[in-house]
Design a binder for this molecule. Structure first.
Ligand code: SF4
Length: 269
């Protein structure tokens, strides 16, 4: 099955990939591809857009229409692409730094507009490719190359941010629960509006080493132990919720989609 997906959806001449041993990016990427395969979408009807960073290298490995853009700007490019061809399924692949720091404004405005883009954030709590700097998703107190004594910032809850900004589908999963990522990407693509899918993944090379998190297996085990399905999470006491992360479909609502609204308005003039 895996080799079938690789032959069908990957640019095999671009492999092997550059990701470190133990990196979680491959699990997220494979889950996205499996979701596309499950939906039976035509490859030519898909455009994958990425920014800069380890996860954003994924677009180069995929045999769809792909655009590897500049740091933080994937959603800006994706908005233009969706606007010029609303029939495309536009999927953005981004990291936590790319999406929430450099691209933070693009994120809130894409969500506010409810433009039909599926955004998958590979959240590994740190900047990987650029050298291990702390990101807006690095937990308070954790270390990065730019926070050698610990990060004093409060970290974003990316899903709450997307929800508050106007996203109509918001979910979170972990690379331990890869089947959940597949389902969420399917739902995100089916949602006619802005879909935000946070996948908690691991960077053993920077985040793991700088924070003494052990090896890749230890880090995935930690994700498994900290994640709790949202329905069970809501029943926990405030004390029990500390250090637990809710996963699952966190938020859904209906709002008119941006390109459809624009098209309807243009018909009036
Ligand atoms: Fe993965 Fe971290 Fe290596 Fe980047 S630096 S490929 S995120 S393990």
């Amino acid at each position: 099955m895996v080799s079938k997906l690789i032959d069908k959806y990957y640019r095999t001449d671009r492999l092997p990939h550059i990701w470190c041993t133990g990196c979680g990016n491959g699990i997220v990427l494979r889950s996205i591809v499996k979701a596309i395969d499950n939906l039976g979408l035509n490859k030519d009807d898909i455009c994958v857009v990425s920014g800069i960073g380890c996860s954003s290298r994924a677009s180069g490995y995929l045999d769809f229409n792909t655009v590897h853009t500049t740091h933080g700007r994937a959603l800006a490019f994706a908005t233009g692409i969706k606007f010029s061809n609303p029939n495309l399924h536009v999927i953005v692949i981004t990291g936590d730094g790319d999406c929430a720091a450099i691209g933070g404004n693009h994120l809130i405005h894409a969500a506010r507009r409810n433009i039909d883009i599926t955004t998958v954030v590979f959240n590994n709590n740190i900047y990987g490719m650029t050298g291990g700097q702390y990101s807006p998703a690095t937990p308070t107190g954790d270390k990065g190359t730019t926070a050698p004594y610990g990060n004093i910032d409060y970290n974003f809850d990316l899903c709450e941010l997307a929800k508050a900004a106007g996203a109509t589908y918001v979910s979170r999963s972990t690379i331990y629960a890869a089947n959940m990522i597949i389902k969420q990407v399917e739902e995100g693509i089916k949602n006619k509006g802005f879909s935000f899918i946070e996948t908690l993944t691991i960077c053993p090379t920077y985040y793991g080493r700088k924070n003494s998190k052990g090896n890749a297996v230890d880090m995935v085990t930690h994700l498994k132990d900290s994640a709790v399905n949202i329905s069970a999470y809501e029943k926990l006491s405030e004390e029990e919720k500390a250090n637990r992360i809710p996963i699952g479909e966190l938020y859904k609502r209906n709002r008119p989609e941006y390109t459809e609204k624009y098209e309807s308005m243009m018909k009036l003039f």
